[in-house]
Ligand binder design. Structure first.
Ligand SMILES: Nc1ncnc2c1ncn2[C@@H]1O[C@H](COP(=O)(O)OP(=O)(O)OP(=O)(O)O)[C@@H](O)[C@H]1O
Ligand SMILES: CC(C)(CO)[C@@H](O)C(=O)[O-]
Ligand code: BAL
Length: 357
């Protein structure tokens, strides 16, 4: 955990820092505002990297990008209950504060040693839910009442169809984070592509003076997109978890060969998904991994509306979600993953660039 040490100042609150670093740990809105104010007057740029903790290389790549272009980087670590549906994994979502703190301290040293960065990690914002929802937490229900930011119809499509409160929760908490930190730039990962479109829409439609920077998806060697939820997979399902990325790559290859028609492009993805599912179904219950396909989409990059065909001058977004089902006939000592290996919903996407005309 973070160490608390005296600031030597007369203020009532001790200055909390991550151990062995100059990274402040800010837990209240007021403490962020107090830290932020002089930087505004000094015209120092501040970047925000919003996360829910359980940090991995994908998060670190966002922080590296933020430090290259900004004087100060704030990383928020907050598992926002409002974006979890009532039947989702809020209770078991991985919380790894000590490892996160160590990763941030290590990265900050790396940033300090590399002369190409404008800034470093200045602060971690790790608020409580009562701090983020001062009027009381409004709840996770679809019909919960409270102050929410909604971005429709975008938030109802794709991820929003499976997770009806998800983007309301994301947009609401991001609006709060942006108002608290007042960053010049915010950094998000391409892995959550619809989330990036929601955030860009939020910034545009509410006239927020913020630049949204999207960084590429960091992947494991076999192509699986890094995700905090991968810890749920366990060894058996991890071997098959690249299936979605491979399906999207098959669709990308069809586009690269000249296909623009939806049926042809998505047919390539479905072909691969069906083939892998058939291979797995033919295995014994002790070996196989079954999954369900939530959706495979070919969408407009600005609206996420489904496309009948790709306009090569504009490109498109291939995305998908699969649910890896819990393994059957678990073997004694088998690594089932975090929290006993519940069903895991994986998402991924590939951008079809507007390269051809
Ligand atoms: N593999 C990745 N590459 C680049 N950015 C990523 C990657 N995974 C997550 N991010 C980005 O990190 C930020 C924080 O995401 P979050 O804390 O939810 O992590 P996550 O791995 O996406 O977790 P989850 O498994 O809950 O989806 C988001 O902007 C997200 O898009
Ligand atoms: C942006 C975010 C931190 C909001 O809670 C979350 O949705 C995430 O981690 O992608
Ligand atoms: N990475 C987005 C956060 C979520 O799925 O809840």
């Amino acid at each position: 955990m973070a160490s608390r040490c005296s600031s030597g100042a007369t203020g009532p609150a001790a200055l909390e820092k991550l151990p062995g670093s100059s990274i402040r740990v800010l837990r209240t809105v007021e403490s962020v505002r107090r830290w932020r104010r002089p930087l505004l007057l000094d015209q120092r740029s501040v970047a925000l990297v919003p996360t829910m903790g359980a940090l991995h290389e994908g998060h670190l790549s966002l922080i590296r990008a933020a430090a290259r272009a900004n004087h100060h980087v704030v990383v928020s670590l907050y598992v926002n209950p409002a974006q979890f549906g009532v039947r989702e994994d809020l209770a078991s979502y991985p919380v790894t504060w000590d490892a996160d703190a160590a990763a941030l301290v290590r990265l900050d040293r790396e940033l300090a040693d590399d002369g190409h960065n404008l800034g470093r990690i200045s602060a971690v914002f790790a608020p409580s839910t009562s701090e983020m929802y001062p009027a009381g937490f409004p709840g996770q229900e679809v019909d919960s009442k409270g102050s929410f930011v909604t971005i429709t119809p975008l938030a109802e499509l794709l991820e929003g169809r499976s997770r009806p409160t998800f983007f309301r929760g994301v947009a609401t908490v991001c609006m709060k984070l942006f108002n608290i930190v007042q960053p010049e730039r915010v950094y998000f990962g391409q892995k959550d592509v619809q989330q990036t479109v929601v955030i860009k829409t939020l910034v545009r439609d509410f006239m927020l003076p913020i630049e949204v920077v999207v960084e590429p998806t960091a992947r494991a060697e076999d192509g699986l997109a890094l995700s905090s939820r991968n810890v749920y997979l366990g060894t058996r399902r991890r071997r098959v978890a690249t299936v979605l990325y491979r399906a999207l790559q098959a669709a990308e290859a069809a586009y690269a060969r000249g296909a623009t028609d939806r049926a042809e492009i998505l047919g390539a993805a479905h072909g691969l998904l069906n083939q892998v599912l058939a291979e797995q179904a033919a295995l014994s219950a002790e070996e196989r991994v079954l999954f369900g396909v939530d959706y495979v989409s070919l969408a407009d990059p600005d609206t996420m509306e489904e496309l009948p065909a790709v306009d090569p001058a504009k490109g498109g977004i291939l995305s998908g979600a699969v649910k890896m089902l819990p393994v059957e006939a678990a073997q004694p000592g088998e690594d089932l993953g975090h929290s006993g290996g519940p069903a895991v919903r994986l998402i991924d996407n590939i951008i079809l660039p507007p390269s051809r005309s």
